[in-house]
Every structure is written in C-alpha cells, then in structure tokens.
Design a protein around this ligand. Sequence first.
Ligand code: ZN
Length: 187
Amino acid sequence: MLLEHRSQIRFCRACGSAVEHVVPADDNRARAVCPACGTIHYENPLNVVGTVPVWDDDQVLLCRRNIEPRKGLWTLPAGFLELGETTAEGAVRETIEEAGAEIDLGPLFTVLNVMRVGQVHLFYLATLRSTRFAPGPETIEAQLFREHEVPWDEIAFRTVRKTLQHFFADRRSGRFGVHGVHCDDIA
Ligand code: ZN
C-alpha cells in the first residue's frame, strides 16, 4: 500500500502538450486542461483495498513492510485497486501478493476516507484457510497477532490501526458492522 500525494499533471495524456490548470466552463474547480487539444484531465480519489485476515477468531495476520513508505512497520495486506477487478477481487489479490495467504473473503468491514492524499481505503473481513504464509517481495514477514500482541506503536498506517481497533472492539461485543471513518491525519 502506498500513501503518497500524487504529483500534479504537467503534460496532456492525449497529445503531450504542457497543460494549464484552469477552471473549465461549467465546472467549479481547477483541472489540468490541454490548450492544444482541449482534453480535460479529471482526477479522482484512488481506492485502496485490503483484508483483515483472521485465524481462529482471535488472531489477525499482519505484514511487515519491505518497501517505503513505512518500511519495517506492520500493515494489513492492502494495495491499489486495479482496473478490471472488483474491490473484493482486489482485496483477495493483495492478500495473496503481500502475505501469500489463502483466505475466504467475508463482508466489507471499514470504509476510510483519506482526503489529504485523495484515497478511499476499503477493508474486508477474511478467514484464513491455514497458517501457511508465503510473503511476497513487498513483505519482510507475515505473522499472526492476538489483540495484546499487536505492535500498536509500529503500525504503518492510521487506516490500518483504525481497522484493527474496530475489529477487536467488534470481536469483544460479538457484533461486526461496517465502519465508515474519516481519516485525514494519515500521512
Ligand atoms: Zn492535448
């Protein structure tokens, strides 16, 4: 999972000319507009999708990041949704890529708006089929944690911390819901 501000568009995607950042007619915010061919480049939030992989009802799988940002810190498996896949498919793919874990995907669990970096993070509950993990190159190690074992001071992202807090709170109450959160202080 990457959490970085996108750099401003400088050149037209259609013809390569330098764009201007102006408010198009009938619009209400500045866009990257090509003065040569008229193409307007709209930018919208990106979706990050991931899972809360659970083993034996009380243990959660975390991955220690092998890439920047936040290298060496722990995260839930998650990453950018690709074109041509559903949010559920993306969450499963990221779990396989980052943790090498086989899961049965459960319901949507958190929807976290990260306005500052223009992202929406979606985490699904998931049940691990086994404790055999084969982390990919983006992960140093994958490990199961009970609530008291979670390295709370070494969690890579605010959305992951929020999602874990909701998971253990819901587990205590015995009722799992969908949690929508505004997480603007993520980066
Ligand atoms: Zn152009």
